[in-house]
Design a protein around this ligand. Structure first.
Ligand code: GL2
Length: 825
């Protein structure tokens, strides 16, 4: 048999017996244990590898057909992929769920126990990273040729613990028990250079050119992960890079006789992929972070050009073959890198290289916060990537020259649009570089894209109106409905069939059922069962007891002032103050469980104080016998994807209360909607579209609109004025200030109170009364349980738009212009 005639791929038997055989083989030959002596981890690893085998045929045929057809691909460049646990998704994608549970049962193994053994890969901070994970799931399901490129952090987002209510971070050693989903390829390592200087030289034709003489280098080792589409679709690839010391680098020092230094150097190189930076939306501008960014994009571009493309590929046709989607500014250094490859390595002239480069990228902006738009000081960038800095300068020079022709009498505008900022230090504005280089720039919700055009990038939108577009975010219905809410997804399938899993618009078919009393009864029953499920998880995981017969009011997201966890807390404190002073009777209060989940960036002092305050208020309320069973704060530590998957399906009320004009989109808001929670929210991010789709009457809107916020700020905002005129607000703030939640100590939470009174950057006090009023409307609505359920059903029925499959369609139509290619049978 020759390589040509060998059947390319072995297939597996889709039967219970077949599975059991494969599983035992993995346990024996892979783990080296027999069933009687196998630990839970042995069984989990063997099981994961077995499931993986069943996806292998599709993966290999996807790769084979891609190599053959060379269809245009999307390379999703993202510093974060917040994947969540893999096992359930792999079971779903391989169609093995029933076979596996039966097979394991026959061996006396509890599938649930194996599920719990999986440590989730937390390779992202929050929404942005989870979005990337949803997108690659959708791309695979929709058979779109694509590859995800990112970093295999050895430590993901830190593990949050509480000590006396204060956040304490622990490293997330997610690889400690092995990682059965990855395929390392050390033999395919790629070299990445840093530092050094640029020199001038003459090429063979006597042409003067410049080239980079790097100072040091590291290797990037690719780790491949399968990205299985649902229901026989493609299995795409996610390729994450891990840094290793280069041999040459080691040897040089080693030969000088300094073994210890050689080992130190090794660790130094490997630091690059050691840890995920835990700042969400507020980058700190650390040199190591720029190293990470360049590291993974340099590896990825090299990989794509040298490995994925055929050897004889004409790079002039690159734009027909690839679009690099820049997930925020983190991978934007890929632009000068591709220029460097084409000009310095391939010997192209500048104009030729720029013409190709600027067709290969598109940029997604994910923020409206000025502090989140990355800016790299030229000193730092020039030290680490001297040739790239030169290239950026030249891109900028040519761009400014072009602008001076377009705006001959507006030098101010030209300077405003410069990729190089001059103040407070000379620095490269990565968002501007991405905008100049990208074929398209998109925001992530309608309002966000509008604000990008009108405010953040207005000069650019004026110059290139056609470059700007919107793609509203979405979430994968596989993970966030089908898998996470089996009760509801079963009910939906019973009612409208299972086509919704890949065509979420079909949820529309549920609309008439909102008026069907029996359907509503079952819907309620499922919500209740989901509350029981999370209650048991919280008790086991955190020792938190919650009452399932209460309204579950949930706010889960990163802790950030703009998201306004304090606004929700002020509402709770105000309620508590009114009860304890007898202004309202406990019996008149809607029984609620206020659930929070939030990590704060470790260096974000105020955010950590807010966490401590939530916990302190929680202790007081939860310990008050008068409130037993009626009001409770549940703040489980270490909110992550796994917890989201049980918490969100149990929610009645989704808190989306950011200051209007600050949350780019939000995606939690979509997950809640699809799981039948009603939203209390501001007119911000994708809330706007949620409300439009579900209807005003099914959404609790409150608060200033973005233009009103702008006006208030323009006029000069004085939060203390609200304190002085709103008695309830004053009482709540005074109660916190009095030390009531800190054992009488007034100093502990003083910074929060004084920040709110004197600064309140995100206008929590201005929106307080509107929020409290909206919560009163929630109470009234919730009291009518039939009508509440009707609205909840409508939320599900009208949520189909928020599938990440739809987002992918929009990217394809508006930005990528790729097409689906099913794997060969
Ligand atoms: C974010 C936005 O804050 C959030 O509103 C949005 O939903 C996601 C995904 O587009 O992106 N931007 C950002 O920097 N982080 C986000 O979650 N971390």
């Amino acid at each position: 048999m020759t390589a040509e005639t060998t059947p390319p791929i072995a297939t597996r038997e889709h039967t219970v017996d077949g599975f059991v055989r494969e599983f035992l083989r993995e346990l024996n030959f892979g783990q080296g244990v027999d069933l009687t002596r196998a630990s839970v981890n042995d069984k989990y690893l063997a099981m994961a590898r077995t499931v993986r085998h069943y996806l292998m045929t599709r993966w290999l045929s996807t790769l084979r057909s891609q190599a053959k057809l060379q269809a245009k691909s999307v390379a999703y460049l993202s510093a974060e992929f917040l994947l969540g646990r893999q096992l359930d998704n792999a079971l779903l994608a391989s169609g093995l769920e029933d076979i596996v549970s039966e097979g394991l049962e026959s061996l006396g193994i509890d599938l649930e126990e194996l599920r719990q053994a999986e440590i989730e890969p937390g390779l992202g901070n929050g929404g942005l990273g989870r979005l990337a994970a949803c997108f690659i799931d959708s791309l695979a399901t929709m058979n779109v040729p694509s590859i995800g490129y990112g970093i295999r952090y050895e430590y993901g987002i830190f593990k949050q613990t509480f000590v006396d209510g204060w956040q304490v971070e622990k490293p997330d050693d997610w690889l400690r028990l092995g990682s059965p989903w990855e395929f390392p390829h050390p033999e395919a390592a790629v070299k990445v250079n840093f530092g050094g200087h640029v020199e001038q030289y003459q090429d063979d034709d006597g042409v003067v050119k410049r080239r980079w003489v790097p100072g040091w280098s590291v290797l990037g080792v690719p780790y491949n992960y399968m990205v299985p589409g649902y229901d026989e679709g493609r299995v795409n690839t996610l390729r994450l890079w891990s840094a290793r010391a280069t041999r040459a680098f080691d040897l040089e020092i080693f030969n000088s006789g300094d073994y210890a230094e050689a080992v130190r150097a090794q660790t130094f190189a490997e630091n690059i992929s050691k840890v995920l930076y835990p700042e969400d939306s507020t980058p700190q501008g650390k040199e190591l972070r720029l190293q990470q960014q360049y590291f993974f994009v340099a590896c990825s571009i090299k990989d794509f050009v040298d490995q994925v493309l055929p050897q004889d590929f004409d790079l002039h046709k690159l734009p027909d073959r690839i679009v690099f989607q820049l997930n925020d500014t983190h991978p934007v250094i890929a632009v000068p890198e591709l220029m460097r490859v084409l000009v310095d390595e391939k010997g192209w002239d500048w104009d030729e290289a720029w013409a190709v480069t600027k067709q290969c990228f598109a940029y997604t902006c994910h923020t409206l916060l000025p502090e989140a738009l990355e800016v790299w000081p030229v000193d730092l960038l020039g030290r680490l990537l001297p040739r790239h800095l030169e290239i950026i300068y030249r891109i900028n020079d040519e761009f400014l020259a072009e602008l001076r022709v377009a705006y001959p009498h507006d030098e101010l505008r030209v300077r405003r649009m410069s990729i190089i900022a001059e103040y407070p230090v000379r620095a490269v504005r990565m968002a501007y570089l991405a905008t100049v280089a990208g074929t398209k720039v998109n925001g992530v919700a309608a309002l966000h894209s509008q604000l990008l055009r009108d405010k953040v990038l207005d000069d650019f939108a004026g110059y290139w109106p056609e470059k700007f577009t919107n793609v509203t975010n979405g979430v994968t219905p596989r993970r966030f409905l089908k898998l996470s809410n089996p009760g509801l997804s079963g009910l939906i399938t019973e009612a409208i069939g299972d086509g919704w899993v890949t065509d979420l618009d079909q949820l529309k078919g549920l609309e008439p059922l909102a008026d069907d009393a029996e359907f509503r009864r079952r819907f309620r029953e499922i919500k209740y069962a989901n509350k029981l499920r999370i209650a048991s998880v919280l008790e086991q995981r955190d020792g938190i007891v919650v009452n399932p017969d209460t309204l579950f009011d949930v706010m889960v997201k990163r802790l950030h002032e703009y998201k306004r966890q304090t606004l929700k807390l002020l509402h709770i404190v105000s309620l508590y103050e009114k009860i304890t002073t007898g202004k309202i009777a406990v019996a008149d209060v809607t029984p609620r469980t206020f659930a929070f989940g939030a990590k704060a960036a470790p260096g974000y002092v105020l955010a950590k104080q807010i966490i401590a305050l939530i916990n302190a208020v929680g202790r007081t309320i939860n310990d008050d016998p008068a409130l037993e069973g009626r009001l409770r704060i549940a703040f489980p530590a270490n909110y992550n994807v796994t917890l989201a998957e049980t918490l969100i399906p149990a929610a009645d009320l989704s808190e989306q209360i950011s200051l209007a004009g600050k949350e780019a989109s939000g995606t939690g808001n979509m997950k809640f909607m699809l799981n039948g929670a009603l939203t209390i929210g501001t007119d911000d991010g994708a809330n706007v579209e949620i409300r439009e789709l579900v209807g005003d009457e099914n959404f609790f809107l409150f608060g200033l609109t973005e233009p009103q916020v702008a006006e208030v700020v323009e006029r000069g905002y004085h939060p203390s004025a609200y304190y002085e005129t709103n008695l309830d607000l004053r009482n709540a703030l005074d109660l916190i200030a009095s030390g009531a939640f800190s054992g009488g100590d007034r100093a502990t939470f003083e910074p929060i109170v004084s920040n709110l009174l004197n600064e309140d950057r995100f206008l929590a006090l201005a929106d307080f009364q509107a929020y409290v009023d909206a919560q009163a409307r929630v109470d009234v609505a919730y009291a009518d349980s039939e009508d509440w359920t009707r609205r909840a059903v409508l939320n599900v029925a009208r949520g189909g738009f928020f599938s990440s499959d739809r987002s992918m369609r929009d990217y394809i139509d508006r930005i990528w212009h790729t097409y689906p290619v099913a794997p060969e049978a």
